[in-house]
Design a protein around this ligand. Structure first.
Ligand code: CA
Length: 660
């Protein structure tokens, strides 16, 4: 042993234990937690490749600064934790979680006395690293400190040089339509270098990184490593966080900005002591499969209440995306109810301004009419409130509990089954508390909830059983608003299922079969993607209540095979399999429903995607929806040998293969 190393170990031994390792059940994914010069740190390795370089840990709180002056006093025994649970409204109905867990205890000093300051609880499974802090009560002569503000979290993620990023810049608070930002609706950057900081305020979760291990760069033999950062278990207990660039190859946790939520509320979260911070999750794979298929966001949370009603999921018609505000009137909604019934869909979402265009009494009539046709209603609400200028009604009904419960009692009496609540736009703890309160009140009245113009859910599918989805994506409304989003629709489509939709149900509102985004299908922005693409994304974009953009005119102006598929498209999936893809270029993924695998491929690259894939079942014949070079779709029964299927997908086109 050389002198330098001996000196380092001796110096370390005086103050702190050496770094301690915890590995995944298969031994491949390893985390080291240590403490150097009073600063807690961790690093992550997959096999022998560095995933996260040694990076600081710690929190600065109102009762003590635990980002420095720490010693690692103890590491618990490593124990195996496992759980089986079902979550049928997500991408995977039955989930089995097995991980190794260890707790690392850090002490701080006051005068000559050391005291227990924080624990870092670490979970490592074969594809995910997750950790949280537990802040300890502070003993004092006049009584213990049992609450604190977490003013700053020191967690950093330092990546090896050459890592590229697939991340969305965080929006500037109080900008955008009627000061409704931030709402997670910016464009992704694809394969962008590290070192940038978005629009000056970092990036939102989930964030994806591509690492090129040294062995790959030298020999070109090893595959890349894909990493997804996110967080989970955030409700009223904490704020939502984002990441900010802290150096050329490092990102740190950042809390909401003071200006969010109209400037009301705090940026730093408050917690009871002992108290937990949210779980920081790091999903790691040699392909995108561990990211697309991860369930870590639900593995680490618990249901916060029981479902009071039997929530029924389904497909929903939605006039607003094609016909906008003007369509939210009695006659057109009646037309859409008939359309939903014709499609065999379970729901209709009636969007903004119904309160003035239809009114409460006639809405009761409309709801009765819908029910007589076997269709149930979701209604739109403005969440606001005092934090932005969004004028659409109904307004002022959701942000305070007394008003909200009065409204929800009426909604239940009128037979309404769910709400889409819009324009929330903040990650502050006070806002998270409001999301949680809306969800728990809605459960008392049998209402399912979709949030729009909102934060990203962080474990909510499992925490709140009547939660359906968040938007938190640059969604279909932008296809109606501007041509550029149409020009890059397929490009964005290749990333959502492996990133945004990987951490939770996504209310995208897509699958338009109109050529143009207008009632007459003759004006407005022009769709560049094929009809098969619309079908493929009905499978790729997952949420248990899908608001589809298919319109009544499509019964006569869209191909009959496309309408027939949309009539029977499932929204409930047992399983998901990533097959191949590269965000920004192409994606091939499969979902399983009622025993059948639906394999969907989309292509955003100039060259056709010609690849032979292995289908996930032993079918000898499959139903294949495919595009020709001019994006003209057709459906055929195709004989299959040895599960091999040859794709030929043109740019902006798709293939959808159903394996019986
Ligand atoms: Ca939106």
């Amino acid at each position: 042993m050389n002198k330098f190393l001996t000196a380092m170990i001796l110096a370390g031994a005086c103050t702190s234990m050496q770094a301690q390792e915890i590995a995944s059940p298969n031994g491949k994914l390893k985390v080291n937690v240590g403490c150097e010069n009073g600063v807690a740190n961790y690093s992550v390795v997959l096999d022998n490749d560095t995933v996260i370089c040694k990076s600081p840990l710690g929190v600065r709180t109102s009762i003590g600064d635990y980002t420095k002056g720490l010693t690692l006093s103890k590491m618990s025994d490593i124990k195996s934790v496992s759980e089986n649970y079902s979550l049928p409204q997500t991408k995977k109905a039955n989930i089995s979680y097995t991980a190794n867990e260890a707790t690392y205890s850090f002490q701080a000093k006051r005068g000559d006395n050391s005291f227990d300051a924080i624990d870092v609880v670490m979970h490592v499974d074969d594809n995910n690293v997750a950790f949280k802090y537990v802040v300890k009560p502070l003993k004092g002569r006049g009584g213990d400190r049992l609450a604190c503000l977490v003013e700053q979290e020191a967690t950093r993620y330092t990546f090896p040089e050459g890592t590229t990023t697939f991340i969305c810049p965080a929006m500037t608070p109080q900008t955008g339509f009627a000061r409704t930002a931030p709402s997670y609706e910016t464009f992704y950057e694809y394969d962008a270098p590290m070192g940038k900081n978005g629009h000056g305020r970092g990036f939102t979760f989930p964030a994806m990184f591509k690492l090129t291990p040294m062995s790959n760069r030298m020999m070109g033999t090893q595959p890349n490593i894909w990493v997804m950062l996110s967080e989970t278990n955030v409700g009223g207990n904490y704020c939502g966080s984002r990441i900010e660039s802290t150096s050329a190859n490092s990102y740190g946790i950042a809390y909401p900005e003071m200006t969010e939520f109209g400037g009301v509320g705090s940026t730093a979260p408050g917690i009871m002591l002992p108290g937990d911070t949210p779980w920081r999750t790091i999903t790691v794979g040699r392909t995108l499969a561990p990211l697309a298929e991860t369930t870590i966001q639900w593995d680490l949370v618990k249901p916060q209440y029981e479902a009071k009603y039997d929530y029924k999921y389904g497909r929903s018609a939605w006039s607003w995306i094609i016909r906008m505000d003007a369509s939210c009137n009695y006659n057109e909604q009646k037309e859409y109810i008939d359309f939903a019934a014709n499609m065999g869909w379970e729901y209709l979402l009636i969007d903004a301004i119904w309160d003035s265009n239809i009114g409460y009494e006639r809405m009761e009539e409309l709801s009765k009419y819908a029910q007589s046709k076997g269709v149930n209603l979701f209604l739109w609400y403005n969440s606001n409130g005092y934090w932005n200028d969004a004028p659409q009604g109904p307004r002022g009904k959701m942000h305070r509990q007394i008003d909200r419960r009065k409204e929800m009692a009426w909604l239940q009496k009128a037979g309404i089954k769910g709400l889409k609540i819009d324009f929330v736009g903040s990650d502050k703890q006070q806002t998270m508390q409001m999301y949680e309160d809306i969800l728990s009140d809605a459960n008392d009245f049998g209402l399912m909830i979709i949030f729009h113009g909102c934060t990203l859910q962080r474990g909510w599918e499992r925490m709140y059983p009547n939660f359906i989805s968040c938007e938190a994506v640059r969604a279909s409304e932008n296809l109606a608003f501007g041509q550029n989003d149409n020009d890059i629709e397929a490009l964005a489509g290749t990333i959502h299922p492996v990133l945004r939709n990987a951490v939770g149900n996504m209310d995208f509102g897509g699958s338009a079969l109109n050529k143009r985004y207008s009632k007459g299908n003759d004006r407005g922005t022009t769709r560049k993607t094929s009809d098969v693409y619309a079908l493929a994304t009905a499978v790729l974009f997952q949420t248990p209540v899908q608001n589809f953009a298919v319109a009544p005119n499509n019964l006569t102006d869209a191909p009959a095979w496309a309408i027939d598929f949309m009539k029977k498209v499932p929204v409930m999936w047992q399983d998901v399999k990533f097959i191949d893809g590269y965000p920004g270029k192409y994606l091939i993924m499969a979902r399983q429903s009622a025993g059948k695998w639906y394999v969907a491929a989309i292509n955003a690259a100039d060259a056709a995607l010609t690849q032979t894939i292995t289908l996930p079942t032993n079918a000898t014949e499959v139903t294949a929806y495919t595009d020709d070079a001019k994006l003209q779709g057709s459906v055929n029964q195709v004989k299959v040998k040895k599960n091999q299927f040859k794709l030929n997908v043109p740019k902006n086109g798709a293939a959808l293969i159903i394996c019986e």
